[in-house]
Design a protein around this ligand. Structure first.
Ligand code: BG6
Length: 340
């Protein structure tokens, strides 16, 4: 008979964090959770490339045409957009963090001891002399990727201004999350209704979203402003709901290139738009400014839950038994941002 202590010992012996080299030659870290879920993170871009539930089903989209070669970012998973989201600035689109080689953070700052999470990795990106030429600021960007005991995927970012010349810097940011969906035309997003958004397809003009949950029938590229901390993405075909919780990131970007744009993106398959949706916790409208010594924190947490299907069609009035609406209304205490 195994005692509680014995079980704990056994648990400790399990390898929850593994370092390896992928067949594409890139170094990666595999996080495992005892019930079978997993996540993979490349050091290139600190990019989460895979997130699987306990049934080993992939939850993130990765293009079959993704290239794993610097300087192109990897098309899929969760690229990090920093220090610039989009192309409104002097830098390359979405900044450079997504195509730099990050390091394992050997000296991470303390995180809450009671979080109970064992499967995590701390990565760090620091200013390089090369990057100072294109973005003349010194910073430390620390990212912790955690796979929770229930299979949730958490990304915690801390960005510190380490300038020694007394200068502040300003940045925008996004967790460019590619969710895997079965059929985009059967997906709906709840939590963004009635909000204002900037439409990237219309010169970033500002509009107000209608009252209904968001569905998809053509290209979409919108930055929703001042969004709630919780957004639900319902994959009707799969009867799965993704719940995205965020903190420190007021905006949410929703992107799907649809058929025409898909054809001109070189590292994206012509029909792949049907099976992905980007919903990104972001800070775009009001950039963040840090004085020397100041630190910013931004968190995104993803969970995937079964959504029981009730009505037979996408009808916002009928609702979903699987509780997405409850997720939207429920308030969650955020502990991640106030660590010592
Ligand atoms: C989205 C932007 O976040 O990323 C889109 O809103 C952009 O405008 C898309 O096309 C993909 O960007 P990239 O640089 O990864 O091809």
């Amino acid at each position: 008979m195994s005692s509680g202590v014995g079980e704990k010992e056994k648990e400790k012996e399990q390898v929850l964090v593994e370092y390896c080299k992928a067949p594409n030659g890139l170094e990666k870290v595999v996080l495992k959770e005892l019930r079978g879920s997993s996540a993979e993170v490349y050091l290139y871009g600190a990019q989460v490339s895979s997130w699987k539930n306990e049934h080993r089903e992939e939850l993130l989209f990765m293009s079959s045409k993704a290239t794993y070669k610097s300087p192109r970012p990897i098309r899929g998973g969760i690229p990090i957009c920093f220090p610039q989201f989009g192309n409104l600035g002097s830098l390359e689109q979405h900044g450079f963090a997504r195509n730099r080689f990050w390091s394992i953070d050997q000296d991470p700052p303390p995180h809450p001891p009671d979080s109970g999470n064992k499967a995590f990795i701390d990565l760090i990106l620091r200013t390089s002399e090369e990057d100072l030429k294109i973005w003349p600021h010194r910073y430390e960007f620390r990212l912790r990727v955690t796979l929770g005991p229930g299979g949730d995927l958490m990304l915690n970012s801390r960005i510190r201004n380490t300038n020694t010349d007394g200068k502040s810097f300003t940045f925008t940011f996004a967790y460019h999350t590619y969710l895997a969906v079965t059929d985009i035309s059967e997906v709906r997003v709840e939590g963004l209704e009635t909000l204002d958004y900037l439409d990237n397809l219309k010169n970033r003009e500002r509009f107000t979203e209608q009252g209904d949950a968001i569905t998809f029938e053509s290209e979409v590229d919108k930055v929703y402003l001042g969004t709630p901390t919780k957004i639900a993405i319902l994959d009707h075909e799969r009867k799965r709901t993704f719940v995205l919780r965020k903190d420190g990131l007021p905006d949410a970007v929703v992107w799907n290139p649809w058929d025409k744009k898909a054809k001109v993106i070189p590292d994206f398959g012509d029909d792949e738009y049907k099976h992905m949706l980007c919903v990104q916790a972001a800070c775009v409208e009001t950039p963040i400014t840090l004085k020397p010594g100041e630190e910013w924190r931004g968190r995104q947490e993803l969970s995937a839950v079964p959504s029981s299907y009730c009505s037979g069609k996408l009808d916002p009035n009928k609702g979903w038994c699987g509780c997405p609406q409850a997720f939207i209304n429920e308030t969650v205490e955020y502990k991640g941002g106030h660590e010592a």
